[in-house]
Design a binder for this molecule. Structure first.
Ligand SMILES: Cc1ncc(COP(=O)(O)O)c(C=O)c1O
Length: 339
């Protein structure tokens, strides 16, 4: 593990631990397109139960899970309301429009990551031949490392339902919110009709996301998953990694949050402006003229980070405290960091 660089680019960069690899090697498998993989079936049953939904489906990735969910909620020519900063809108190549024939209606995110009820109300189109049918509100939690306020979540999902919309949550990092808020899974996703949960981010599995929702909705998503090329065969080796992660890597997310806070405090002490992190993602301002030199300086010390004027740094399973100390030392050794 020490041969690997210190990698702050994302929490997706973790390697499966020996325990996780052993679980993968021992997995019972079958052809999951036929529904025959016992480990996939166990993962799906576990996730449905854990999040309080009727059914669940294992996907190759969060992008695929979100897209199949949007396609199961919306038909051709329908519209979904989504934040400008949301992954499904901004970072998934517009898949909902390109592959799903769904019109996105992007709305400004508030500083806390939500979308105001006023904005949502204004964006819902009347039933009129000129307009797309507004069908769905999609939110994200955590979003840019921020946890959606629970009171807002309650209000916005009630408001959406009262206005005839369904609700989808991109919960790629919902376990970070769960650990931060110290709430149960069912409470954390209350009000959403479907949730996509990633296993390959903070939880440390090599691949996979699970979509949870009502039985009929998941049956429709299963059809779209096949069309999207996501019908995997002996996927139990991946589901076993996910089950291992769910057993061993949830509560320890608190360490990642503490490490992000520690890193933020250290960078702040160097005079840098840091947005205080709520979970495992922090943003720090780097003077634009220092970006190339700082990138090279860190790389020379075996530290990978996507340095930009608004640099995102992410803590995770493979970054114990001593690696955060090494990172801070490297920042300290960089000359002329502050303009
Ligand atoms: C919030 C969020 N949603 C969805 C995804 C997509 O997940 P994947 O990379 O597995 O497609 C990501 C990936 O980083 C993400 O951060």
């Amino acid at each position: 593990m020490n041969a690997y660089p210190i990698d702050l680019r994302s929490d997706t960069v973790t390697r499966p631990s020996p325990g996780m690899r052993a679980a993968m090697a021992a997995a019972e498998v079958g052809d999951d397109v036929y529904g025959d993989d016992p480990t996939v079936n166990r993962l799906q049953a576990h996730m449905a139960e854990r999040f309080g939904f009727e059914s669940a489906l294992f996907f190759t990735s969060g992008t695929q899970s979100n897209l199949a969910a949007l396609m199961a909620h919306c038909g051709r020519g329908d519209e979904y309301l989504v934040g400008q900063d949301a992954h499904t809108y901004k970072y998934e190549q517009g898949g909902a429009a390109v592959l799903g024939s769904i019109q996105p209606q992007p709305l400004e995110n508030e500083p806390d990551g939500g979308i105001s009820l006023e904005r949502i109300a204004k964006a819902i189109k009347p039933d009129d031949i000129h307009f797309a049918r507004t069908r769905l509100l999609a939110l994200e939690n955590t979003i840019g490392g921020r946890v959606l306020p629970p009171a807002y979540q309650r209000d916005v999902t009630e408001f959406a339902h009262a206005n005839g919309l369904s609700t989808h949550l991109d919960g790629a990092r919902i376990f970070n919110a769960i650990v931060k808020l110290e709430v149960g899974e069912k409470t954390a996703v209350a009000g959403f009709d479907s949730v996509s949960v990633c296993l390959s981010k903070g939880l440390g599995a090599p691949a996979g996301s699970v979509l949870v929702g009502p039985r009929d909705f998941i049956a429709q998503a299963r059809r779209w998953r096949k069309a999207l090329g996501g019908g995997m065969r002996q996927a139990g080796v991946l589901a076993a990694a996910a089950l291992y992660a769910l057993d061993h890597h949830v509560q320890r997310l608190a360490d990642d949050h503490a490490n992000a806070a520690y890193l933020a405090a250290g960078l702040n002490a160097l005079g840098l402006h840091v947005e205080p992190p709520q979970t495992n993602i922090l943003y720090v301002d780097i003077p634009a003229k220092q970006v190339p030199a700082l990138t090279a300086h860190l790389a020379q010390r075996g530290i990978l980070a996507t340095i930009t004027p608004r640099t995102r740094l992410v803590t995770h399973l493979d970054l114990p405290r001593e690696k955060i100390d090494t990172t801070l030392q490297a920042f300290r050794e960089f000359p002329d960091l502050i303009p």
